[in-house]
Design a protein around this ligand. Structure first.
Ligand code: NAG
Ligand code: NAG
Ligand code: NAG
Ligand code: NAG
Ligand code: NAG
Length: 297
């Protein structure tokens, strides 16, 4: 006969423990999962930490490299004191500069024969406006008559000259492709004398400044300028000739009290149809040029 008295506490606890153990054994994989999830999360955090550490290390390594060797290749170092680069005019290539042509009525352009001798074609600037006498004064003042730099202060004093380049500008102004390469920089002057090249060196750059003659020609109105610019493109004239103008200005109503000028420039140099970022255009020097010339009539 079974003992009707209730089981002792020890027996009850023992039974409960066994029941629990059996239950937990049946669900062993649930338990394993419960333990593994936090372990997995910890491992994930550890991995992220490792990756971040590695990244931070390479960044500070790079900063150190930049400190010890600021000329590291690849443009990755910050430029703490960017040099004051002189602004330049965009000049057409020698053999594409504007010359006399049958499809143009103007006789003041240079003869086509200049294209045969390297360096002998002048660069042309066109001027129009309401007042031809002002245009005449301005075109006599627009170019500097010499090339001069202060050897103890080269870069800033370069900007006092009228310099130009046939090379397009880059995507930023920190490294002008013109200044970094070894092609000559042009100094535009009304007439080039016999001595027409000057050596130029600053920072680590050795280059040469070459005189190029500048012509500043008056046109009767802006429609004529537009027409001449349009016909200067090889698609704009029946002969398929390229006749490029360096810059053109419409002085409009400009007088001693009022500066009101339109500037033409060639926007092809922006390279807007390529997939790369837009390039800069060399317009600032063009603005300074006409402004400075109109300040000293
Ligand atoms: C050349 O530059 C130095 C330094 O800026 C200046 O002291 C000097 O007066 C300049 N010389 C001329 C002729 O402008
Ligand atoms: C501005 O024009 C004056 C007078 O022609 C000239 O002496 C000076 O060098 C010019 N400055 C620049 C920055 O072109
Ligand atoms: C420009 O104007 C001048 C004077 O008014 C005139 O002689 C000349 O033929 C004009 N030029 C053109 C291309 O129309
Ligand atoms: C503008 O510049 C481009 C690129 O150098 C050249 O091909 C084109 O002829 C220029 N257009 C004019 C009107 O000068
Ligand atoms: C500048 O010239 C344009 C065209 O000639 C004219 O419409 C405008 O009123 C002028 N602006 C000033 C400030 O004179």
């Amino acid at each position: 006969m079974a003992d009707p008295s209730p089981a002792s506490f020890g027996t009850q606890a023992n039974a409960l423990l066994r029941k629990n153990l059996t239950y937990q054994r049946k669900h062993i994989w649930t338990n394993v999962r419960l333990i593994l999830v936090p372990v997995f999360l910890c491992l994930l955090l550890l991995a992220i930490q490792q990756v971040l550490d590695a990244l931070m290390n390479s960044v500070s390594q790079m900063a150190n490299d930049c400190k010890t060797n600021p000329d590291m290749p690849g443009d990755i170092c910050p430029i703490s004191n960017p040099p004051l680069l002189p602004p330049m005019l965009q000049l057409p290539q020698h053999e594409l500069r504007s010359v006399k042509a049958d499809f143009l009525p103007y006789r003041d352009l240079p003869d086509k024969s200049c294209r045969v001798t390297e360096g002998s074609c002048p660069v042309t600037i066109l001027i129009t406006g309401d007042k031809q006498p002002l245009g005449k004064d301005l075109s006599e003042n627009i170019f500097a008559t010499s090339f001069a730099v202060n050897t103890s202060d080269v870069l800033p004093s370069l900007a006092n000259n009228v310099l130009g380049s046939t090379e397009a500008a880059g995507e930023n102004n920190y490294a002008d492709p013109r200044i970094a390469s070894d092609l000559p920089i042009y100094s535009i002057q009304p007439l080039c004398s016999a001595k027409s090249t000057w050596p130029l060196s600053f920072a680590k750059i050795q280059t040469e400044v070459k005189c190029v003659q500048g012509l500043c020609l008056w046109r009767n109105n802006s429609a004529e300028v537009n027409d001449e610019l349009f016909k200067g493109s090889w698609k704009g004239n029946p002969a398929g000739l390229t006749n490029e103008i360096a810059a053109a200005y419409d002085l409009k109503s400009t007088d001693k009290k009022n500066f009101n000028v339109t500037i033409w420039y060639n926007s092809t140099y922006k390279d807007e149809f390529s997939t790369r970022p837009l390039k800069l255009v060399r317009v600032p020097r063009s603005i300074n040029l006409v402004l400075n010339a109109s300040l000293y009539p």
